[in-house]
Design a binder for this molecule. Sequence first.
Ligand code: ADP
Length: 499
Amino acid sequence: MGKWVKEIALGGALALLVLAVILGFDLTVFLFPLSIAALGAMVVSSRGGLGPRFSTASLATGESSAVPAVTFSDIGGQETAKREFLEALTFLKDSVRTRQLGIRPLKGVLLVGPPGTGKTLMAKAAANYTGSAFVAASGSQFVQMYAGVGAGRVRQLFKQARALAERQSKTSAIVFIDEIEVLGPKRGKNTSHMEYDQTLNELLTQMDGVESEHKVQVLVVGATNRADLLDPALLRPGRFDRIVQVDLPDKAGRLHILKIHAASKPLADDVSLETVAAETHGFSGAHLESLLNEAAICALRDGRSEINQSDLRDATEKVMLGERSSRTLSKEERQRVAYHEVGHAVISELVRPGSVASITIVSRNRALGFIRQSQDDQYLYTKDQLLQAIQVYVAGAVMEEMVFGQRSTGAANDIEQAVDLAKRMVFSGLSPLGIVSPDLPAAGLSTTIAQIIKEQEEAVEVRLTGRKQEIEAITRRLLEEESMGGEDFRALLQRKRVS
Ligand code: ADP
């Protein structure tokens, strides 16, 4: 009935318009309000279409439409993590046999490790390997000020995963939730509002409902760097009962990752990815990917068609410390920085020959200069090794004092690191105090730390005093050239010592 009335009214209006044009009326005056009205109608209709529904596109990352192209062979290092994860995926890959054996389906795998180590890559590779649909979301997307929104989003995500699998004719789906600690923190801790609790409860309900009888099996893969913040309910059997540690890569892992990302890049003959791997201790996979990209940008900027070792060195420093800064130091400041860095380098080389990868007085971000050391993977430190590391840290300040008669604020960060190491010695029972209780009084701790550091400063002074000539030559060169590779540095240190 209403439809009829509308159509008659519209027809009438149109007839009137035609009549007006025939009679010579100027209609342009109506056009502006009409177009505004039309625009308004369009906006209203599009909002009407999307408004009441929850937009899943904003929740999932948009990668849900196809199986991610990542495979496990695109993931470098992480051999143990990959093995454990693959093992956990057997139930999806071989669901018939798993069911025959009466194995309870795995509902969740938690990947724990620092950012950029390849957790997202692993989840995508898992979807590829098991032929599952893939949807991804981040914990922070669920947490809202309004009660019930987060829980609704969790439900929506699982629904979306199942629907996608059905559309793609798949029997399984992987729901990847990054930063899951935001979504599932310990319940009752957020007293300000109960939203977190409701969201977590919904996740648990959804995971509990992920039964093997469902047409589509859903595996939840969570990623976090803080498993300690998670509600214990999430870690109970039947939920995230597989925890896979995804650590920063060791040297072999870094080399593997570098090789994967360098495969698509032209490298010059002088490039040694082994050297880069040795000099990038503490880098994640994401850092290494970025390093190669920055190196390629360096080559492009210089108009070269291949990446050389110097590009890689520059890129390593950029990823480690950020962009070169444009600040200008006074002549004396520059000299002070140079001597300071040479002090670190000489002691580093003396306590661990071959350890200096580069020295530079090009300032980047907050660092006015720095040395890079190549470092083997090491999980235990002896007392001597800790004392040597303290010597390297204090050498900059000691050198400044020897040359300029005074130290400067430039050593603040070094001192902090040296104090940390000395503290570690005390609580590992490696200090003159022997074994101590964790509640050692602050005064006793402080005196012991000061004593350890003072002794190392004295030892450093003796070592540096014996190499004044070499230090002068190296510092002169550093002031001229701003940066020096480890080999050049060693050549100068050796040459002077022989003569
Ligand atoms: P996470 O989820 O652990 O924060 P991602 O999986 O998102 O880390 O990694 C970000 C990027 O870093 C990847 O797209 C890839 O380019 C690179 N990357 C990280 N780890 C690895 C790895 N183990 N092997 C190869 N590339 C890696």
